[in-house]
Design a protein around this ligand. Sequence first.
Ligand SMILES: Nc1ncnc2c1ncn2[C@@H]1O[C@H](COP(=O)(O)OP(=O)(O)OP(=O)(O)O)[C@@H](O)[C@H]1O
Ligand SMILES: [Mg+2]
Length: 405
Amino acid sequence: MRILTFTGKGGVGKTSVSAATAVRLSEMGHRTLVLSTDPAHSLSDSFNLPLGAEPTKIKENLHAIEVNPYVDLKQNWHSVQKYYTRIFMAQGVSGVMADEMTILPGMEELFSLLRIKRYKNSGLYDALVLDTAPTGETLRLLSLPDTLSWGMKAVKNVNKYIVRPLSKPLSRMSDKIAYYIPPEEAIESVDQVFDELEDIRDILTDTVLSTVRLVMNAEKMSIKETMRALTYLNLYGFKVDMVLVNKLLDTQENSGYLEKWKGIQQKYLGEIEEGFSPLPVKKLKMYDQEIVGVKALELFSHDIYGDTDPSGMMYDEPPIKFVRKGDIYEVQLKLMFANPVDIDVWVTGDELFVSIGNQRKIITLPVSLTGLEPGEAVFKDKWLHIPFDLENQGQHQRTREMHKA
Ligand SMILES: Nc1ncnc2c1ncn2[C@@H]1O[C@H](COP(=O)(O)OP(=O)(O)OP(=O)(O)O)[C@@H](O)[C@H]1O
Ligand SMILES: [Mg+2]
């Protein structure tokens, strides 16, 4: 089983590359499902076929779906919504408004993610291809399990130790209190969804199963956005195994008034190859027409993969490593484009926190490191090295200073 996620800036060719990858996978005999998680779906335009919120067969071994998280949200979150709507309405919020307020930020992404888990576990597919929304939203989607992990634990504990044990005795005290106590089925739904979210994180950060492929154009803003995306993907522990530079003008042919663009693209191409190394960078030409329909996608897929199988691992290096060198134990984190000044490292209990700007990663430390303070973190060759000295504990003070190697 393989899960391939394609992401990149708006309009760079994510949907075309995802659809082409899926076509190719199906041709190689893998039972494939391509899912669009972009609320502004265009997978059906790419295949030039109508698609719905359930898998539609495109051809032998190939299904496609445009996920509609609202359908799942209504089904799985119904009891929670009913409860909150009741509370909001008691506070004077009108019906429709109260209904809307029960959809928390991130809910739509959450239910798209649950679909991924469902199809992964269904046994019906050998490969899932995710065609996602432009970078920002996708990072939000992919970081959701991490972002929510602290809150999830807290809510689950509150449910377990406070809400559940107290709900019965409190409800007996007065009708007014009983009114505000969530019903068992709502507590159950919250716990269940949070449990599933943990499973999803395990699926997406399983570096044998899941990889992310970055699609970009040879343009300044596309490159910058992709570099930022890569930093955050690395931070969250997603393995990126390929970079695709799409819509390159053919250097052999005359491009008319676009001639100047060729020079610009070639200049940026050099920067991309250097910057994203050692990730493989695939160059894809700009066609003289749109890529629509299975036939065109098939052609495009040959440009992308040649004779190779898209389900292969294009670059195999885990984004987080735990390395022991004598008495020094190092947590190493690949952060290709991070600025050392923005990185912050600290430990609380058995959790190592690494933050870049407003994004934060929590890494659970091995038991042997619990209680140790990290030494001075060093940024070297695109890797952040965080040392823990097993012998001389206590010599190191917690550090928030970063030093360039
Ligand atoms: N190499 C290419 N040559 C010619 N046209 C291309 C190429 N790649 C993509 N296109 C066309 O560019 C348009 C945008 O591509 P696509 O929808 O795949 O991008 P996207 O990144 O998914 O966009 P969005 O961010 O809106 O989801 C489509 O009309 C597609 O057919
Ligand atoms: Mg798209």
